[in-house]
Ligand binder design. Sequence first.
Ligand code: F6R
Length: 607
Amino acid sequence: MCGIVGIVGHSPVAPLIVDALKRLEYRGYDSAGVATIEHGELGRRRAEGKLVNLEHRLGDQPLGGLIGIGHTRWATHGVPNETNAHPHFSRDVAIVHNGIIENFAELRDELSADGYEFASETDTEVVAHLIARELAKGATPVKAAHKALARLEGAFALAIMFRGDEDLLIGARNGPPLAVGHGDGEMFLGSDAIALAPFTDSITYLEDGDWVVIRRKEMSIFDMAGNPVERRRQKSVGTSYLVDKGNHRHFMQKEIFEQPEVISHTLSNYLDFTKGTARQIDLPFDFASLDRLTISACGTAYLAGLISKYWFERLARLPVDIDIASEFRYREVPMSPRMAAMFISQSGETADTLASLRYCRGEGVPIASIVNVPESTIGRESDAVLPTLAGPEIGVASTKAFTCQLSALASLAVRAAHARGHVSAEQGKKLVRELSEAPRFASQVLRLDEQIEKVARDLSQVHHVLYLGRDTNFPLAMEGALKLKEISYIHAEGYAAGELKHGPIALIDENMPVIVIAPYDRIFEKTVSNMQEVAARGGRIILITDQRGAERATVKTMDTIVLPDMPEIITPIVYALPIQMLAYHTAVHMGTDVDQPRNLAKSVTVE
Ligand code: F6R
């Protein structure tokens, strides 16, 4: 899930490529590189680590040239060092790649036997050599690229240029996204429209199996058989943001604090607060006639789906199957005509979620997707796009996208409940009113920042943390653990509170903080019993609850974070904030890279 860029323009392209790469750094930041052609010669600058290192390199050793390609890397094959950084060269060919070439070992053996030497450990270099070998046999650059593409198995988005032709870029897509940007006498290639937004909003998205020949004044798209294909040119709604952090220290912090506003935008998209009903947004199925709903997603988006299972089943009596997309895609789930599929993704590009969507498409099931980027591949391949209005999420750890996903899902559950006759108009109105209160409660919770920062100080001293919750707070406990481990690198696990005694309780001792998420609800007393079990074994409890819960919890806690009393339906949305804040402050205390934690990337376009 690297980011790639190509520009054939009329001013020096290296600074423009770096600018575009900044917007793609969410896709990976293990290394970065740029190559251009100047005075007929290929030139290249690469640097390990963040893009800023490449900028310094280019500052010391600038690159001229009116055509170029660039890359920001999330390492798959080969460690993240400069040698493995893209672009890769082979004789007259320069190439950048996002994805994985699955038959690279076989191709590498074949090319090595032909005398081609490999400078890096990457799978990408085989593509450069394959094209160079075709050129050596006398093929034109376009033919050479086409022949090489036909040999590739796996997932790839590629940008290729050739020494000796300063008016030719070739792009190809099989899996990861790739967009062509149309300028005025200049053309662009990019992993997404946002990367190209400062240059153009006129975009053509390549489909899987497409490859494109780009010159300054024209472009032609072909399928793998070499037949010309037409793809729609459209106006991108992507903004040319390089959003800044405002007065926040990190994007993650800014995004946590934006939540009251973006939750409100998202809820208003799905609910009519004046009428007290769910809006009749176009769906490719009728909730009333469904037997089952299948949901799949990855990571935090999966946990949003898991919370929604409680809502759909409880409020609408609609059975929900929920799967991690990397499992679902290979599970060969039987589907029936009265099923519908829902996918949840912030980026809309997650490879496993997309593959699950395509499986359902093959089974003929209607598909709706909740995405934060409606123009994304998942958005475009769905029968209905259900947007979250979170705005661009830059921090790698998902925060506002999660609460917006929950807002959309809760609203849909209310609509389903009404459609299936399980709530009266009056009950429906009450639920809508309760949901409308989520932004206000979220604002109140943000005022607890100072207290949560103090709790985080203690947390930053430990090596392991357990999160416990029941009902919708069980997936939230898993989300708390995920947030903490991904940005602070503290080992954390989320468990259903009632499951503790079936094994994990063996971990409890005086060094183990146990964070319990327990608003006062009909099963609060059960969770209190589980806290007693922890306390009896010396475990240190951090309780996140409300006023009533704090008064009734008969257990000694190390800390208690008290939220306002609120309606049950909004607790997962509002309680997400303190767990995000706790992870954020712990990571800040530990001095980790909060917005770009090690080994991660924002958009996971490989399996
Ligand atoms: C965790 C996180 C990831 C993503 C997951 C799915 O904070 O951000 O777990 O939720 O990679 O990504 P999307 O939602 O883009 O499909």
